[in-house]
Unconditional design. Structure first.
Ligand code: FE2
Ligand code: FE2
Length: 277
């Protein structure tokens, strides 16, 4: 009888073996420090997904469709994102001690990742997951456009496709729980807003901190250093951010009327463009 992971492997859309690592254009990316920070911090967070999976499975206990998908598909795909990005970092920036920096990152990050930080209701948590997947889908779209190495662009395209599919799953479950709990638009908006505020919060800061410390062992890391680093990273990347895509994915759970959406979309896209640039 095949094991769960063996049966999953046969359904996987891609594996690390599909990436043409030998074709990496080192000269196009090796000196791109901002890209190094963006790719490495993403690798840290993705590869730690198993912490979140346990929390989510515990939270959705009793719903085998959700917990089965989380365990058999979502977690494998997120971990693969982490493994692929880690491999990329180790290939392009071999002087960076990924393992050591990750150990320090994990020690701090694992303390922040607790089940009680999840939303108070299941529909709200599903709405929050939609925001997270929107965040990752737009992040990898940005990286793919920013990178001058076709291998990194191809890899981040594959990851983005996975993130969009995750979004669709969480959105589907959100609709089921929303109907079951009778959650209105106001409550959904609160959950979206709450998660949106966190998207650029602790996760990114802790990841950046440990990438920075491992590369600059004799320098202090504080809020100012983080702000400068972040500004530097997003100065170029911001130009490639998919503004309209982010707004569409963000407001979808609000189920706005087509007329209202038609008015709101360009306004909100303008706001996002202003914030991200
Ligand atoms: Fe991911
Ligand atoms: Fe995802």
């Amino acid at each position: 009888m095949p094991t769960a992971s063996a049966s999953y492997a046969s359904q996987q859309r891609w594996t690390l073996g599909d990436i043409p690592w030998h074709a990496i254009r080192h000269e196009a990316v090796a000196r791109h420090e901002e890209l190094f920070y963006l790719v490495t911090s993403a690798s840290f967070i993705e590869i730690t997904t198993d912490l979140y999976t346990r929390n989510l499975i515990e939270y959705f206990a009793g719903d085998p469709e959700v917990t089965g998908w989380l365990q058999d598909h979502w977690e494998h795909e997120e971990l693969q994102h982490g493994q692929a990005l880690k491999h990329y970092v180790q290939t392009v920036w071999p002087g960076f001690d990924w393992e050591r920096a990750y150990r320090d990152f994990f020690a701090e990050y694992s303390r922040c990742c607790k089940v009680e930080l999840l939303e108070p209701t299941r529909s709200m948590e599903m709405a929050a997951r939609c925001v997270v997947e929107m965040g990752t889908a737009t992040y990898y779209t940005t990286l793919s456009r920013l990178s001058r190495d076709p291998v990194l662009s191809g890899l981040t395209d594959r990851i983005r496709e996975d993130e969009v599919r995750h979004y669709k799953h969480f959105y589907h479950y959100f609709r089921i729980y929303q109907a079951r709990e009778g959650a209105g638009r106001g409550r959904t908006l609160r959950a979206l807003w709450h998660r949106l505020k966190m998207i650029d919060g602790e996760d990114g800061l802790i990841a950046m901190k440990h990438v920075f410390r491992a590369s600059h062992p004799y320098q202090d890391f504080n809020k100012r250093v983080y702000r400068d680093l972040r500004r530097r990273c997003w100065r170029d990347a911001g130009r490639h951010f998919p503004h309209e895509m982010s707004v569409k994915m963000l407001i979808k759970p609000l189920n706005l009327s087509p007329r209202f959406q038609h008015i709101a979309l360009p306004v909100l896209t303008g706001v996002v463009r202003h914030v991200v640039m």
